[in-house]
Write a protein that binds this ligand. Structure first.
Ligand SMILES: Nc1ncnc2c1ncn2[C@@H]1O[C@H](COP(=O)(O)OP(=O)(O)OP(=O)(O)O)[C@@H](O)[C@H]1O
Ligand SMILES: [Mg+2]
Length: 261
């Protein structure tokens, strides 16, 4: 048995359930283990509980039954210690009155454990997400949707996360830009080694980015498939034309159709 099978998973869900109203479970019997450094995507029908599961991992929602552990602890404890987390949503959630540079300072203002970014740190972060030094002085309204999402990613990177939770971050972007950001996100992950948990409705985006794609059923929501994606990183645009890419994407699409029935 490989050594990794004995290592503690970074995220562990054990028979986890959530009901917002009595007798109406959103999640039920959710079991999952994600190793440190993995990139895992979740796909599933609208309303099945994907965002709820991410909120549980972030410690923002408590399970009604079972448990979710991050680094062996309750998520809210892990978040403040062993496993700092960052969240990226479809809405970049930038403060409109602040410049890009000042938006990047926000996590440090909210968490005393993070140092204030010096100007060279701001420039380095902008460069990492494909923005220019001049963009530091701009306000969010002066940026395109794609640029705002890049700032949102840079703000997440500024916290040096061990775990990055991404909830449909690229859903509002056009296809070409979305594919470009997929490549850039995979590159950031490969360079930094954080663990990625990514929610999307787009199966080819999930396959492109991930080492594993989980399919969630609805009512109750639980993971019904865990598909390994065999491609090496870095992954480039050409991968999308690979017959094996089409095969894995179709396999997941097939499970999704079964779930939607
Ligand atoms: N705080 C809450 N109180 C009550 N019900 C909630 C709450 N949060 C989520 N729900 C319900 O839980 C279910 C799952 O919601 P969730 O947002 O997790 O789904 P999702 O899979 O992320 O959907 P989508 O793909 O549309 O984003 C939905 O029926 C939703 O209405
Ligand atoms: Mg959601």
């Amino acid at each position: 048995m490989p050594v990794d099978d004995f290592a503690q998973p970074l995220i562990q869900a054990i028979d986890c359930g959530v009901a917002f109203a009595p007798g109406s479970a959103v999640l039920e019997g959710v079991d999952l283990a994600i190793a440190s450094g993995e990139f895992v995507s979740i796909v599933g029908p609208s309303g099945c509980g994907k965002s709820t599961f991410l909120r549980i991992v972030a410690g923002l929602v408590a399970p009604s039954s079972g448990e979710v552990l991050v680094s062996g602890s309750r998520p809210e404890k892990a978040r403040r210690g062993a496993a700092p987390m960052a969240f990226v949503f479809q809405d970049p959630t930038l403060l409109p009155w602040r410049t890009v540079a000042d938006n990047l300072q926000l996590p440090g203002e909210l968490q005393s454990s993070l140092p204030r970014l010096a100007p060279p740190d701001v420039l380095a972060l902008l460069e990492r997400v494909g923005l220019k030094p001049d963009d530091a002085r701009k306000r969010p309204r002066e940026l395109s949707g794609g640029m705002r999402m890049r700032v949102s990613l840079a703000r997440a990177m500024a916290t040096n996360p061990k775990l990055l939770l991404l909830d449909e971050p690229f859903a509002a972007l056009d296809d070409v830009l979305r594919q470009q950001l997929n490549e850039e996100l995979a590159r950031l992950w490969q360079a930094d080694g954080w663990t990625g948990l990514f929610v999307t409705h787009n199966v080819s985006e999930a396959v492109f980015l991930s080492q594993r794609v989980l399919v969630m059923s609805s009512r109750p929501g639980r993971f019904v498939a865990d598909v390994r994606v065999p491609f090496a990183y870095p992954r480039s645009f050409a991968l999308r034309g690979d017959p094996e890419f089409a095969r894995v994407t179709a396999e997941i699409g097939h499970v999704l159709r079964e779930v939607l029935r």
